[in-house]
Design a protein around this ligand. Sequence first.
Ligand code: NAD
Length: 489
Amino acid sequence: MNSYQMYIGGEFTSGATTKMMDVYNPATGEVFAQVPEATRQDTQSAIAAAREAFDKGDWRHSTGIQRATVLFKIAAALRENATRLAELETLNMGKPLTESEYDLADAATCFEYFGGWATKIFGEVNPVPDNAISMTMKEPVGVCGLIIPWNYPLLMAAWKLAPALAAGCTMILKPAEATPVTVLELAKILDKIEELPKGVVNIVTGYGEVAGAELSENYSVDKVAFTGSTEVGRLIMKAAADTNLKKVTLELGGKSPNIFFADSDFEAAVEGALFGCFVNQGEVCSAGSRILVQKPIYEKFVEAMIAKTKMIKVGPGMNRDNKLGALVTTEHLERVSGYISKGKAEGADLVYGGERLGGDLANGYFVSPAIFAGVNNQMTIAKEEIFGPVASVIPFEDEAEAVAIANDSPFGLAGAVWTRDIFRAFRVVKAVRAGILWVNHMQPTYCEAPWGGYKQSGTGRELGRYGIENFLESKQVHINLNEGPMGWY
Ligand code: NAD
């Protein structure tokens, strides 16, 4: 069994903690690694290391080329180690190996993309009316707490580390308690990069209520970038408000509508409905878990969904035949199963799946993908984020009703619309209040394009140029060009 240490101030350490946390393989229910359970004191040590590294200035005053070099080295090492890291991701998180391989490639691309930004951070000259030059200079925001969820462990780390490094920040990364392994493997990669000063990246493992809370409450942390549940996002914003008003960006939950009009390409649409909802076991913030289907094709659509879902193989992610892996933890399996029971109790029609799988799979956390038909938007399964392979198929009459249902949610992360009518597609894109809208597709995500939510799905945007802005402050500099006194007194 692998035993890991944390990474603080450029050293691998178990910190002051005496406790280790078990890390499970969700496909077997077996413990396959152990990591330290960081205390508040350990987290404070990591914050102090990041503060010292920031204040010392080697990193924040480094050139763009120097930072870009580091980012490209990280990307290259991720690509070199992609096979091993993808296997570890699947063993730790449960997702199919092919998906972990995509994630690894995406993570490397993310470091390359922000490596490009490191040399392109510059301010502007503001056209003020006086005999003066007003400039805006860009500077790193400072010490950053990066708190991430378990659904894309290494990729979510990359989304935050890469822009923070490119901007010249120093940081403390806290992975989710269930999935720390690939992030701690990344620490080994970082440690070998000589150009990266000690203390710029620190990694602590531990519980959200301890290590995560310390990051959001600590006065030496200038910014928290968080991805996770809306509930915890609220706590982080509150902690920031009650302490040093640190900057906060939040990427939170969703309940995204995937809208299918009767004129859409039927085969592509059915596949898009399943992919949108079941990829990564449905453990996706932008999962298209509300599948809105226009009435003339509703019955046929549900039947086609069932027929195709029957062909989805569920089982250990390490077996390449399996398209749907284990849910991340036994607690999460309980949670998802609870929603399935609630759907049935509230009168939705479970037309396929939704069962805990036994036999060879009994020790793992497997559930068959569930399709609920006859759902209305007021049911719990249509309102709350399930974060599992549970599809709610909701009928609608016309465009106005589809938009009204789509917007009837406290969330606003993403949505998709399927139609051959370009005018309708754009009307719906403009009418749905969400941060990401796809037309005739669902889920593709690019480092080059912004990601984030409206309403209770978060504040701010990651990726693209917004991603780098998140880790920069703007300083206005005024240079007086008039010689001599002002003549005011
Ligand atoms: P979570 O909110 O339970 O945990 C996320 C992280 O926050 C973990 O590292 C956890 O340890 C930490 N945490 C928990 N309590 C904390 C506290 N009191 N203070 C500080 N940190 C704390 O979420 P999860 O279960 O790991 O992930 C699932 C959620 O993440 C879903 O709601 C999903 O929609 C969301 N998510 C959003 C995006 C996005 O881009 N919008 C992407 C992925 C996941």
